[in-house]
Design a binder for this molecule. Structure first.
Ligand code: PMV
Length: 341
């Protein structure tokens, strides 16, 4: 390949309605459970990758990356280089890379920045390296960076099939999900946008290894996923919402059962979940879900999203300093602008 290839890709964040929590294979990132998510319009990452460009000294050079203009260092940079090594090996190239990433997602605050980040990196790095991958292969590649990134290759409702090995573990659009996803919205309650204390990688490992609540959640999970799929096929938001909230609350219970326990939720998160439940009592479609951070995302209908957002804001803001909220909708899959040289 030419020693100077460049590409840019944009990927949107996704929020899992039915979660991925726990790996069957740590190295390949094969999950214990399949998962189902909604890709979001308003939250995304755009990443440019250039192999062998200025500042990269070819074979012996070091990868460099920036996120919103600031250099990426330490463990985060090691993850990027490990990911780029997979791409370089597959493409048979050796040059160091320059990576520039711009994020509209608060990084590492449980707003799925690793999902949009690694999906965009997969798209840009593969194209810059001259690999011609279809969406399934891009999903498998993105998975190697961060499991949740496998789903951000696709727009709208996506399901990541757990599979049993690298070839069978990939995401795809949920059958019949396209028109239903346009009726959905997620209100994001940003309670705290600082970085999380413990990585999802470490927290899920500890949960799988030590929590007596983990296997029962996996058993329930199959029912949640089947319910979600049936709800999507029937256009039944309430049934999808019930499976979503039960699955998330169960996932957080598995972590609290770990030794030592992991609890991403704060007093503000718990108050927000209760307020979401009160919104439901008041007649709103509203179901809470949380990831590896304290922020609460509320599944609702596109039609009611603005009214729900105001209702929740009015009740939470007085006791939640710095509260920000965001109404998000179904968004598109990965887009790649191919190689200038
Ligand atoms: O972002 P990852 O791949 O480390 O996984 C995080 C998993 C959750 O966000 C907690 C759930 C999910 O399915 O996205």
């Amino acid at each position: 390949m030419s020693p100077h290839r460049k590409a840019t890709a944009t990927a949107h964040a996704n929020i899992a309605l039915i979660k991925y929590w726990g790996k069957a294979d740590e190295a390949l990132i094969i999950p214990r459970t399949s998962s189902l998510s909604l890709t979001l319009d308003e939250l995304y990452t755009t990443t440019t990758v250039e192999f062998g460009g200025e500042g990269a000294e070819g074979a012996g050079g070091t990868d460099h990356a920036t996120l919103d203009g600031a250099p990426v260092t330490g463990r985060a940079m090691e993850r990027i280089t490990a990911f780029l090594d997979i791409v370089r090996e597959r493409a048979g190239i050796r040059g160091a890379a320059q990576v520039a990433s711009v994020n509209t997602v608060p990084t590492a605050a449980g707003l799925a920045s690793s999902a949009s980040g690694f999906a965009a990196l997969a798209g840009a790095a593969a194209a810059a390296a001259g690999l011609d991958l279809d969406d399934r292969d891009l999903s498998r590649l993105a998975r190697r960076g961060s499991g949740s990134a496998s789903r951000s290759v696709f727009g709208g409702l996506a399901v990541w099939n757990a599979g049993t090995d690298d070839a069978t573990s990939y995401a795809e659009p949920v059958a019949g999900g396209q028109s239903f996803s346009d009726r959905l919205a997620i209100v994001v309650l940003v309670l705290d946008d600082g970085p999380k204390g413990i990585s999802s990688r470490e927290a899920m490992r500890r949960t799988v290894d030590t929590s007596p609540d983990y296997e029962p959640w996996v058993a329930h999970h199959a029912r949640h996923l089947a319910d979600a799929r049936a709800a999507i096929a029937d256009g039944d938001l309430e049934r999808l919402g019930e499976a979503t909230e039960a699955n998330a609350l169960g996932m957080h219970a598995t972590m609290r059962g770990a030794v030592p326990p992991v609890d991403y939720l704060t007093a503000a998160s718990r108050a927000a979940v209760q307020t979401v439940q009160a919104a439901r009592d008041a007649g709103f479609p509203a179901w809470a879900t949380m990831d590896a951070g304290p922020n609460v995302k509320v599944l609702t209908s596109a039609e009611q999203a603005e009214a729900l957002n105001s209702w929740l804001y009015d009740r939470l803001a007085p006791a939640t300093p710095g509260l920000r909220t965001l109404v998000t909708h179904a968004g598109p899959g990965l887009t790649v602008e191919k190689g200038q040289s």
